[in-house]
Design a protein around this ligand. Structure first.
Ligand SMILES: *[C@@H]1O[C@H](CO)[C@@H](O)[C@H](O)[C@H]1NC(C)=O
Ligand SMILES: *[C@@H]1O[C@H](CO)[C@@H](O)[C@H](O)[C@H]1NC(C)=O
Ligand SMILES: *[C@@H]1O[C@H](CO)[C@@H](O)[C@H](O)[C@H]1NC(C)=O
Ligand SMILES: *[C@@H]1O[C@H](CO)[C@@H](O)[C@H](O)[C@H]1NC(C)=O
Ligand SMILES: *[C@@H]1O[C@H](CO)[C@@H](O)[C@H](O)[C@H]1NC(C)=O
Ligand SMILES: *[C@@H]1O[C@H](CO)[C@@H](O)[C@H](O)[C@H]1NC(C)=O
Ligand SMILES: *[C@@H]1O[C@H](CO)[C@@H](O)[C@H](O)[C@H]1NC(C)=O
Ligand SMILES: *[C@@H]1O[C@H](CO)[C@@H](O)[C@H](O)[C@H]1NC(C)=O
Length: 305
């Protein structure tokens, strides 16, 4: 069941939000700070074990720690400020954290088309969720990176899933992410003799939908040169939100709700615009109707949204 939480404003903007969701979910609209998002009790995840593909050390023990090189230009995250726990929860999703604090272990995979096999032969999923960050080649500058993750299904078909991820730091810290550190170790040669760059620095979250009507057997990370590094990847199962096991199909429900700093149409003379609320819906693909034709099929659903 969908909780009847949403305001009338959210109803108006929901279709527009869906439209931009895949490309811009959280990147371009820093979340306003809300104490705790409403969320469903989602517990069914597949967390990839990335140990075998980690090929970079992101976390440095100090400015002279040459083992760490997150961006290929010698810059790195300060390990003392990164979480030292096995798991991390964000937006209702649980992630395994990499071994940031083990100075002898790599903790990051630099995307280069690596194939990751789904455990137990495959399964049905509704979303790809990652902790990571975009980097950029020396001579270029911070910007979000857009690329494709290849999804491989058990009927031998494949399709691209677009992801977008924010740069790990940027001047003015335009892009905020779930894990924040107030500085990172710099490369003196490139960074005006600085060993510490005090631009706000983040680990970012990125999510994209996966079609849940097919059995996913593996994914391939974005191709070489895409400048996307990952720390952790979790797939959310399509049936994660089945609440009533006697119900045949997955239940449409709400995973997360958050307010944003975006406003809808503040420019009209009619008056102030309304705040845009982002709502993450689970199992939308399997629901009996689409939002466009929902009215006849499920008046109750539209009413509650
Ligand atoms: C780091 O290296 C610089 C020389 O490049 C040196 O001056 C400094 O003392 C070193 N710092 C540490 C903590 O080893
Ligand atoms: C710092 O940048 C310079 C210039 O691009 C490069 O030659 C050097 O290897 C970098 N340092 C590290 C530690 O990567
Ligand atoms: C997905 O496909 C694999 C390989 O054919 C199979 O082992 C697995 O049981 C399937 N899983 C589901 C949920 O259909
Ligand atoms: C997928 O490809 C494999 C290997 O070529 C083949 O054995 C299998 O029959 C194919 N499955 C389908 C559903 O086409
Ligand atoms: C960096 O330091 C060196 C040696 O102290 C100095 O010669 C150079 O001008 C400095 N570069 C910048 C960009 O400040
Ligand atoms: C912040 O980053 C920008 C762009 O990389 C750089 O030019 C600037 O020196 C940095 N600022 C500080 C305070 O480190
Ligand atoms: C689960 O669904 C069945 C069929 O609609 C219903 O009879 C039953 O009461 C439900 N159980 C719970 C715990 O909601
Ligand atoms: C939009 O209007 C609301 C209500 O007047 C105001 O609180 C908000 O700051 C405005 N947002 C922008 C981006 O102008």
């Amino acid at each position: 069941m969908l909780p009847a939480f949403a305001s009338a404003d959210a109803l108006l903007f929901f279709p527009a939000w869906l439209h931009v969701y895949h490309l811009a979910q959280s990147i371009f609209s820093p979340a306003a700070h809300v104490p705790r998002p409403e969320r469903a009790d989602v517990t069914q995840f597949v967390k990839f074990d990335l140990k075998s593909v980690f090929d970079i050390k992101a976390a440095a023990s100090g400015p002279n720690d040459t083992r760490a090189d997150f961006d290929g230009s010698g810059r790195s995250y300060p390990v003392e400020l990164l979480p030292n726990a096995a798991t991390y929860s964000y937006n209702g999703i649980e992630f395994d954290l990499p071994p940031f604090h083990d100075t002898s272990s790599k903790d990051t995979v630099c995307s280069a088309g690596q194939t990751l096999t789904i455990p137990n032969g495959g399964g049905r999923f509704q979303s790809f969720n990652a902790l990571g960050a975009a980097i950029w080649p020396a001579g270029s500058g911070p910007s979000p990176m857009i690329s494709n993750v290849m999804l491989n299904f058990d009927d031998n078909t494949s399709e691209d899933m677009t992801i977008i991820i924010a740069p790990w730091f940027s001047s003015g810290s335009v892009f905020t992410g779930p894990i924040y550190v107030p500085y990172h170790y710099a490369n003196k040669t490139l960074d005006y003799n600085l060993t510490i760059d005090t631009n706000n620095t983040h680990v970012h979250y990125s999510t994209s939908s996966i079609r849940s009507d097919k059995n996913l057997t593996s994914i391939a990370l974005p191709p070489p040169g895409s400048n996307i590094n990952f720390f952790s990847i979790t797939l959310l199962s399509a049936d994660a939100s089945i609440e009533n096991t006697s119900t045949a199909s997955p239940v449409l429900n709400v995973q997360a709700v958050r307010s944003t700093t975006k406003w809808f149409d503040n420019s009209t003379a009619a008056g102030a615009g309304a705040q845009i609320i982002e709502v993450t819906i689970n199992n939308l693909f399997l629901s009996r109707c689409t939002l466009r034709n929902c009215k006849d099929a499920e008046p109750d659903l539209l009413f509650k949204l």
